[in-house]
Every structure is written in C-alpha cells, then in structure tokens.
Design a protein around this ligand. Structure first.
Ligand code: HEC
Ligand code: HEC
Ligand code: HEC
Length: 188
C-alpha cells in the first residue's frame, strides 16, 4: 500500500516536472520567426477593402528581389565584387535582397520562402507572434508582438537603398514610395 502511494507521488512529480520543462522551453523560444508572405495574405491583406497589399507587392520589384540575383547580370556583379559564389548564394548580396540583414535559417518557419525576396516581414518584422487575427486586429497588441510600424520611412528605405548596393544610382524617396505604397483605404 505504502509503495503504491510513493509511486503515485513520484509519477505525479514526474508529470509536473515535464510540464514545467515544456513551459520553460516554449518561453525560451518566444523570439518571433519569419512566416513568409503567403501567411500574411492568407485571408487578409489581399482584398479591396484591406488595400490589396498582396497585388501591390507582387507587382513591385521587391517580390523579384531574389529572382534578380539568379540572373547572369547578378553573377557578373558578384564576380566583379570579388565573390566566388553565385549571387543567389552570396550572403553579402542576399542580405539586402531578402531580409535586410544577415539570414539565419533558424529564424525561419518552414512556410518562409526566401525566393520571394523582400517581403512583408522584411519591412514589418517577423510575424509568428503577431500573425493571429485576434492580435493583428489590435495594433498595440500587434506592435507588442513584433509588428514594425515605420515613422521614419525614408531612413528605413535607405537601409538598403544606398551606395553599398552595387547598382545604386540615387534614391528619390517620394517617387519610390509612390511605387510601392499600400495603405488601408479607410485611412487615406
Ligand atoms: C519595402 C518595405 C515594405 C514591404 C515589402 C511591405 N511593407 Fe507594408 N508598409 C511599409 C511602410 C513603410 C508602411 C507605412 C508605415 C507603416 O504603417 O508601417 C507600410 C504600411 C502598411 C500597412 C498600412 C498600415 C496602416 O495603418 O495604414 C499595411 C496593412 C501593410 N503595410 C501591410 C503589408 C503587407 C501585407 C505586405 C506584404 C504583402 C507589406 N506591407 C509589405 C513597408 C513595407
Ligand atoms: C531589405 C532591403 C530593402 C528595403 C528595406 C527597401 N527596399 Fe526597395 N528594393 C530592394 C531591392 C533589393 C530592390 C531591387 C529588386 C529588383 O530589382 O528585383 C528594391 C527595389 C525597389 C523599387 C523598384 C525600383 C525601380 O527601379 O522600379 C522601389 C520603388 C523600392 N524598392 C522602394 C522602396 C521604398 C519606398 C522603401 C522604403 C519604404 C524600400 N524600397 C525599402 C530592397 C529594399
Ligand atoms: C545595401 C543593400 C544591397 C546589397 C548589399 C546588394 N544589393 Fe543589389 N540591390 C539593392 C537595391 C536597393 C536595388 C534596387 C535599386 C538599386 O539598384 O540600388 C538592387 C538591385 C540589384 C539588381 C537589379 C539591378 C537593376 O538594374 O535592375 C541586381 C542584379 C543586384 N542588385 C545584384 C546584387 C548583387 C549581385 C549583390 C552582391 C554582390 C547585391 N546586389 C548586393 C540593394 C543591395
């Protein structure tokens, strides 16, 4: 009898510690991950009422920013810069053509596809924590969960649009923003 009690106490403790450990690891993994443009536009950012962000982005060169690295022209530029790998495999090129920073595969969920170039999350922050509709609907909550809103837009753009880009000529902010702006209609 006594043995049984001890056994059940021990197993209860085991279960408890497993639960605690699981909580611990899910907390430590709370850093947001990139989920990819398909997740962002799933049911949301593509309708007329929302502002058709998907179409605007698809028609912009940002959606082709990785593809452009797969061209002979890009490889030529990479070679001229002294890189020995093809442009699409050179991290110094990928930096600006995908995330705007060094890429670390551990930050990607499987839905993230780097061949989709400069995506929503490149500019709005990794989305795994804010992608849920219940969070997204509340801007403050979304921002607290990693959504990036820009007030200094020009300074943000020139993070990539600068003379470190091998093909850079100039960056005219107003003209360039006009080509990619994608507001929610009710707000403008
Ligand atoms: C090159 C950077 C860039 C990319 C790519 C980008 N955005 Fe934006 N987005 C901005 C900036 C800058 C603003 C204006 C300031 C702000 O609200 O952050 C903005 C504004 C918005 C707004 C309007 C917010 C409001 O309150 O009016 C929505 C919605 C949005 N983006 C969604 C998306 C989605 C969805 C995608 C991908 C399909 C995307 N964005 C891709 C930079 C970008
Ligand atoms: C993460 C880096 C990055 C950021 C940040 C970024 N861009 Fe770009 N942008 C690119 C790359 C790379 C291309 C070239 C893609 C190509 O040629 O396929 C590009 C191309 C463009 C083009 C097309 C240029 C043309 O000749 O038609 C426009 C317009 C543009 N960006 C506007 C903006 C604006 C406005 C912002 C800020 C709100 C911005 N970009 C922020 C990387 C970036
Ligand atoms: C500092 C950010 C940055 C880096 C680093 C960068 N690019 Fe770009 N790239 C851009 C931007 C922004 C554009 C679009 C505007 C421009 O030409 O500056 C672009 C455009 C291009 C284009 C299209 C040019 C055109 O005329 O349509 C090619 C090709 C290209 N880059 C190749 C490369 C290669 C190859 C590397 C690595 C050796 C590289 N880029 C590194 C930001 C960058």
């Amino acid at each position: 009898m006594k043995k049984k009690v001890i056994l059940s106490v021990v197993s209860a403790l085991l279960v408890l510690s497993v639960v605690l450990i699981q909580n611990e690891t899910s907390n430590s993994q709370s850093t947001a991950k990139y989920v990819g443009v398909n997740t962002c536009v799933g049911a949301c950012h593509k309708t007329e009422a929302q502002g058709k962000q998907l179409d605007i982005w698809k028609e912009s060169k940002h959606s082709k920013a990785f593809e452009v690295l797969q061209t002979p022209e890009a490889d030529k530029i990479a070679t001229e810069k002294g890189f020995t790998t093809p442009a699409a495999e050179t991290k110094e090129c990928l930096k600006c053509h995908v995330l705007g920073k060094e890429m670390d595969e551990s930050e990607f969920e499987t839905s993230f596809d780097k061949t989709q170039g400069v995506q929503c999350e490149t500019c709005h922050g990794a989305g795994s924590e804010y992608k849920k509709l219940s969070i997204m609907k509340d801007k403050d909550k979304a921002v607290a969960s990693g959504l990036v809103i820009h007030t200094e837009k020009e300074a943000f753009c020139t993070h990539c649009h600068n003379s470190e880009s091998p093909t850079f000529k100039e960056f005219k902010y107003d003209e360039m923003w006009e080509k990619i702006k994608h507001p929610i209609p009710a707000k403008e």
